[in-house]
Ligand binder design. Structure first.
Ligand code: NAP
Ligand code: MG
Length: 497
């Protein structure tokens, strides 16, 4: 019997069984090459365990399993039954919330309170799409008395899904839920940094009663397993969340293989705009949450903060006080707000950006260094007087680093807000409703928050303008990512026109 699980411990759940195999056909199995890779705890920099690695051959096996399920058993499952399976899965996620959250904190380093929030969001998202499963409707279209026309919405087929490490379980839920609700089958590759929670989740997929092959989850590397999935000739659709650079690679692989459908949720450099008339205390709380939530490892992080001239100095001083109150440390401490960054690589990237901010002459208001002496912890960092061309104002840092600059008036705010290749999100803080609406309309972003930030919900479409992606996840719109529309035209006249 292959060794596909291990006993692990978390500080809040004690011992639990951690699956380590590839989840294919509802079983945990070793990879074809019998390779494994180490999973690191970002809080201690120690190895947690090793998991089996999927290579190209395993991607083939998983795709074949998903194809067989799609053409076979899954096709005969009614929409109502699909919905019921998703609802059951959502219940199981809630039942196992403590374990899933603890594994997420252990592997990713996010604080336990946020991990619990994530897992609640996972259950909510799965349940929301469970409700959609039997509401996927076509139309009848009247064109001629001799013809009967209707449209059907059909599943696309085998979907490849590639997710990042910043919200391991939540990104999984955003992707699998609409795909399963609409009758597709899936091969998902998790991020190499954070494979553990998805494997615990996989055992719940089996427990919920999904037929074998419907949802396959493999651990592995982007360059091998991810590349094989996005170039696979028998994968009908690929959905990706991650960097813009790899998003382009995925699109090229799709174009040069079988032109599989592509949806991309990529990076951002979202502006957070604070007007003179904003409630300054409230605005600072949201700006703080906007940039430091999930340690800044958020595609929609409000990383560019534009503050109107009249309140600039007061804002910078008060924001510093607020940032210093964020509790940084052990993710398992109930009051921790910010844990470590996910990996040494991300830590080094972020420290490189901090160095560049200093070299390019931005003012360090607070932070700018590592926190503690062990783990990938970085101090909440604020740069003020950042000019538009500085690297820290242009590039996605994906860490706890805020860049602040001044603006004059509304036109200036919109111009600066839009001066980026990205267009994922933005926020506006003002008490004037007309300003809020005009600025929201003027910003080229998939989501605009007014007097808040990072307020996502599975019922609201989410995705990017410009280089932030293609397509929308969540809400009713995500169903479109996973259905083909078929027009059926029936000739009732029985003769050639
Ligand atoms: P990434 O390389 O884009 O990783 C995202 C996912 O894509 C991972 O599962 C990754 O596998 C996979 N991947 C990598 N190369 C691939 C390829 N050639 N073909 C198919 N799949 C591939 O992101 P990263 O290196 O972890 O982070 C780099 C930067 O990306 C961050 O600093 C941040 O700016 C941005 N990012 C954005 C998001 C977001 O939510 N939009 C999330 C994460 C990162 P591996 O696990 O092997 O890397
Ligand atoms: Mg890890």
């Amino acid at each position: 019997m292959a060794n596909v699980s291990i006993q692990l411990k978390t500080p809040i759940t004690g011992e639990y069984k951690q699956p380590t195999g590839l989840f294919i056909n509802n079983e945990f199995v070793e990879g074809a090459k019998k390779q494994t890779f180490e999973v690191i705890n970002p809080t201690t920099e120690e190895v947690i365990c090793s998991v089996h690695e999927a290579t190209e051959e395993d991607v083939d096996t998983a795709v074949a399993a998903a194809r067989k399920a799609f053409e076979g058993e899954w096709r005969r499952v009614t929409p109502q039954q699909r919905g019921a399976l998703l609802l059951k899965l959502a219940d199981l996620v809630e039942k196992n919330l403590d374990l899933l959250a603890a594994v997420e904190s252990l592997d990713n380093g996010k604080s336990i309170s946020m991990a619990r929030g994530d897992v609640g969001g996972v259950a909510g998202c799965i349940r929301y799409y469970g409700g959609w499963a039997d509401k996927i409707e076509g139309k009848t279209i009247d064109i001629s008395p001799d013809m009967f026309h209707y449209t059907r919405r059909e599943p696309i087929g085998v979907c490849g899904q590639i997710i990042p490490w910043n919200f391991p379980l939540l990104m999984l839920a955003w992707k699998i839920s609409p795909a399963l609700a609409t009758g597709n089958t899936i091969v998902m590759k998790t991020a190499e940094q954070t494979p553990l929670s998805a494997l615990v989740f996989a055992s719940l997929v089996k427990e919920a009663g999904f037929p074998p092959g419907v949802l396959n989850i493999i651990s592995g590397f982007g360059k091998t397993a991810g590349a094989a999935l996005s170039a696979h000739m028998d994968v009908d659709k690929i959905a990706f969340t991650g960097s813009t650079l790899i998003g382009r690679t995925i699109m090229k692989a799709a174009a040069s293989s079988n032109l599989k459908k592509v949806t991309l949720e990529l990076g951002g450099k979202s502006p957070n705009i604070v007007f003179n008339d904003a409630d300054i205390e409230e605005a600072i709380s949201w700006v703080n949450f906007g940039i430091y939530y999930n340690h800044g490892q958020c595609c929609c992080a409000g990383s560019r903060i534009y503050v109107q001239e009249g309140i600039y100095d007061k804002f910078v001083a008060a924001f510093k006080d607020r940032a210093l109150k964020n509790k940084v440390g052990d993710p398992f401490h109930p009051e921790t707000f910010q844990g470590p960054q996910v990996s040494q690589l991300q830590y080094d990237r972020i420290m490189g950006y901090i160095q560049s901010g200093k070299e390019q002459g931005a003012t360090v208001v607070t932070g700018g260094d590592r926190h503690g002496d062990k783990g990938y912890f970085i101090q909440p960092t604020i740069f003020a007087d950042v000019s538009q061309e500085m690297k820290i104002m242009q590039e996605e840092i994906f860490g706890p680093v805020a860049a602040i600059a001044k603006f004059k008036d509304e036109a200036d705010a919109i111009r600066l807000g839009n001066d980026t290749a990205y267009g994922l999100a933005a926020s506006v803080h003002t008490k004037d409703l007309n300003t809020a609406i005009r600025v929201s309309n003027g910003l080229k972003a998939g989501t605009v928050w007014v007097n808040c930030h990072n307020m996502l919900n599975h019922a609201l479409p989410f995705g990017g303008f410009k280089s932030s992606g293609i397509g929308r996840e969540l809400g009713e719109l995500a169903l479109d990512n996973y259905t083909e529309h078929k027009s059926v035209a029936i000739n009732m006249a029985g003769k050639l026109f």
